[in-house]
Each structure stands twice: as structure tokens, then as C-alpha cells.
Design a protein around this ligand. Structure first.
Ligand code: NAP
Length: 274
């Protein structure tokens, strides 16, 4: 069904959801020897990407914004990635059974076309995984879920050496990419040295700030679900301090006219201050 209206640049002809992001070919956009890094979020109009419900310790993506149509686009972005950048928090939630889902590309029948597409592009069936963590509190059991991918952990010089030894003994490569914390530029240099051309960042506001602060995030995909949530304990797409604001250049804006999931899909290029 053609229920996506392109609002910017304006187009009269509606189009289908499927393929909306896959057509971007993000895996081919980086210059030779360089890497394209992109991030993706879904938020309510009041900016919530995760909330802590009463009586819960954990922040979770609220059911009132998560939906299958946005999830399809999340999967399409993953299909174009050589590697996915995640946080240790995701693996902790995975071990507790409270993670949103297994890492894409999903094994469900509705995403089989994406795995097939990757193989046609000469990519591996699944993107590799980079986990960003200072604590290195990454449960062994959670790593078992991604044994079909190359796993790399990025941490800082302050990492606990016993944790480094535990993780390397599991066959996982651990790299130092920062003094006190992982730094965006060091992370990007590492990813380039590993031969990656496209990296999809699916972590939350801290990793986002890490990339933005060093000017290494190239594109931002933001779904805005047309509702207001409230809540006092919540995350937005960015936390912490930036030395200067990062300007965004709107590339495309779509309205999803599906009556059950009214939402906007925006694609931005980042314009980093020099
Ligand atoms: N709605 C959405 O689109 C969306 C998208 C992504 C996430 N979320 C939600 O947002 C919430 C927060 O996500 P998140 O915890 O993944 O976000 P995050 O704030 O980016 O990451 C938190 C963890 O990542 C590690 N980390 C981050 N930056 C680091 C750095 N520079 N150096 C070293 N380690 C660093 C730390 O791990 P250690 O504690 O191990 O040191 C930290 O605890 C979750 O509830 C998640 O479900 C929502």
C-alpha cells in the first residue's frame, strides 16, 4: 500500500514503506578509505526515546511509540551496515530478557528479503557488532546470542584488566579507544582500520554524544511518533555537553499516513562546526 507521503522535497506521488531507506545504499556512500556513520531513533513529539515506568529500574522504549512500520525501517538501515555500534547496556538487558529484540537483521520471514539483499550486495548475512563500554560489565551469556558475527569491544584506558582478560578469553577482541571514555574519533579510526565502510549506531544518548562531540556522525534518521507521553524519568536522543551545537541539514521528510501509526520519518545530514 502506498501510504508514505514525501513532504520534503515535496512529491505528489505517495510511495510504499518497504524500500524507503533501503534505496539509500548507505554501504556505498563513504569515500574510499573512509566510513559513513549513521544513527536512528524513534521519539514521541515530546522527545522521549525511553521512559522509566513506575516500579521499574530500567528505561525502556515505550510501547506507545514502538511500532512495526518504524521497525521495518530500523531493519532496512541495519541491512546497509557493515557493523552495528551498540552499548553494553543493550547486552545487559539482553541477559535479563528485557532487551527490545535481538540485533538486526531480524531472522523473521518479513526481513528475509533484507538478508537476501545483503548477500546480493556482497555483504555478510549479518552486520558485525561493536560494543561500547567503560565498565566492561557485559554478560557472557548475552554474547552467545551474536556468535554468528564478529564482536569487538571498545573501551578506554581505564578499563578493568580482569574484565579485559575475561572477555578476550571468550575470543572477543577488546580495544582501547580513549583515555577516560571511548572517544568518537579514536572509535572511527579503529573502524576504518578494520575495513568497515558503513556503521549503524543503535545505542542511546551517551554514545550519540560521543560521536557528535568528535564530529564523526554523518547522518541522523529520526522517526517522530505523533503523540505526547509525559513521564518525569526519560531519555532523549542526546545527553551531556557539546562544545557547540551541531546543525542538521534536512534531506528528506516523510509522513506515514497509516492510521494506526501516524509518524514522521526525517533524514538529516550533520554539519559539524570546524
Ligand atoms: N527509541 C529509540 O530509538 C532508542 C534508541 C536507542 C536506545 N534507546 C533507549 O535509550 C536508553 C539508553 O540506551 P543506552 O543505554 O544504549 O544508551 P547510551 O546512553 O548511549 O549508553 C549507555 C552505556 O554505553 C556505554 N557508553 C556510552 N558512551 C560511552 C563512552 N563514550 N565510553 C565508554 N562507554 C560508553 C556505557 O556502558 P558501561 O556502563 O558498560 O560503561 C553506558 O552505560 C535505553 O532504554 C534504550 O532502550 C531508545
Amino acid at each position: 500500500m502506498n501510504d508514505i507521503m514525501q513532504l520534503y522535497p515535496p512529491l505528489q506521488q505517495p510511495r510504499a514503506l518497504s524500500g524507503l531507506y533501503l534505496d539509500l545504499n548507505l554501504q556505498r556512500q563513504a569515500e574510499p578509505g573512509d566510513l559513513l556513520i549513521y544513527a536512528n531513533y524513534i521519539a514521541s513529539v515530546d522527545g522521549r526515546i525511553a521512559v522509566r515506568e513506575q516500579g521499574c529500574n530500567d528505561f525502556v522504549v515505550p510501547k506507545a511509540i514502538a511500532n512495526q512500520r518504524d521497525w521495518r525501517l530500523y531493519q532496512e538501515l541495519a541491512a546497509q551496515a557493515d557493523v552495528m555500534l551498540t552499548s553494553a547496556r543493550y547486552f545487559r538487558q539482553l541477559a535479563q530478557g528485557s532487551a527490545q529484540d535481538l540485533l538486526p537483521v531480524g531472522k523473521q520471514a518479513e526481513y528475509a528479503d533484507l538478508t537476501e539483499w545483503r548477500l546480493q550486495q556482497g555483504m555478510k548475512a549479518q552486520p558485525n557488532v561493536v560494543i561500547i563500554s567503560n565498565s566492561l560489565n557485559i554478560p557472557t551469556a548475552a554474547l552467545d546470542n551474536v556468535q554468528d558475527r564478529r564482536i569487538t569491544i571498545c573501551t578506554s584506558d581505564r578499563a578493568d584488566h580482569r574484565q579485559v582478560d575475561r572477555l578476550t578469553s571468550l575470543g572477543v577482541a577488546v580495544y582501547m579507544a580513549g583515555h577516560d571514555r571511548v572517544e568518537g574519533l579514536r572509535l572511527k579510526q579503529l573502524l576504518v582500520s578494520m575495513g568497515y565502510r558503513s556503521a549503524y549506531m543503535i545505542a542511546g544518548p551517551e554514545v550519540h554524544r560521543t560521536l557528535l562531540a568528535d564530529g564523526v556522525l554523518n547522518q541522523l534518521f529520526l522517526t517522530t511518533r505523533l503523540n505526547l507521553l509525559g513521564y518525569d524519568a526519560f531519555h532523549t536522543i542526546l545527553s551531556g555537553q557539546l562544545d557547540q551545537p551541531v546543525s542538521l541539514h534536512l534531506q528528506r521528510l516523510y509522513l506515514d499516513q497509516d492510521s494506526a501509526n501516524p509518524q514522521l520519518f526525517a533524514q538529516y545530514n550533520t554539519l559539524h562546526p570546524r
